[in-house]
Design a protein around this ligand. Structure first.
Ligand code: S3P
Length: 182
């Protein structure tokens, strides 16, 4: 059982929309033999409606409350790969929860790659209004320092394939948990 000073044996993926958290999460889960959970899915399942509707009804702040509840629901669990929504790091409370829930890995992608991957979708209402490219640039600049602050490991994904990203994380996570005597 994790203690306050020791994060649980889970791997958490953080990073901007379109940085590959879900894809890398699936691969990493398979190779570690860990169950993959996704905070966006937990929120959507819990509410029984898509993210766009939650944003429209409760606003971004209401959505962030639900993300906090999703993280809290994972307390005490181990052996998970946890893919998170890109804005989960914005709340100080969520940052603390991430710190206790596991080994936190930031998938750092460049603006170009992100813009190629994110399309207007019901899952990403923040990119629906205005010029998505300008929004990506603005949010990225604001969030990068926060992702960095939360991360136990930073993976620069530019020019690296998904398999390489996943196996790099796996090695580092093994070392991290092994060095703690697990
Ligand atoms: C968000 C990212 C989305 C989703 C929501 C808000 C954000 O998840 O949680 O649209 O604030 O960056 P992905 O990062 O999986 O796209």
């Amino acid at each position: 059982m994790p203690t306050a000073s020791q994060p649980a044996r889970n791997v958490i993926l953080i990073g901007f929309m379109g940085s590959g958290k879900s894809t890398v999460g699936r691969l990493l889960g398979r190779s570690l033999g860990y169950e993959v959970v996704d905070t966006d899915h937990l929120v959507v399942e819990g509410e029984g409606r898509p993210i766009a509707e939650i944003f429209a009804d409760l606003g971004e702040s209401g959505f962030r409350d639900l993300e906090t509840a999703a993280l809290e629901s994972l307390r005490g669990r181990e052996g998970l790969v946890i893919a998170t929504g890109g804005g989960i790091v914005l709340r100080p409370k969520n940052r603390n929860l991430l710190g206790s829930l596991g080994y936190t890995v930031w998938l750092n992608a460049d603006e170009e790659a992100i813009c190629k991957r994110v399309s207007r979708s019901r899952k990403r209402p923040l990119l629906e209004a205005g010029d998505p490219r300008a929004t990506v640039a603005r949010l990225l600049e604001a969030r990068r320092p926060i992702y960095r602050e939360c991360a136990d490991l930073v993976v620069d994904t530019a020019g690296i394939g998904i398999k390489e990203v996943s196996s790099g994380i796996e090695k580092n996570a093994h070392n991290y948990f092994f060095e703690r005597g697990e």
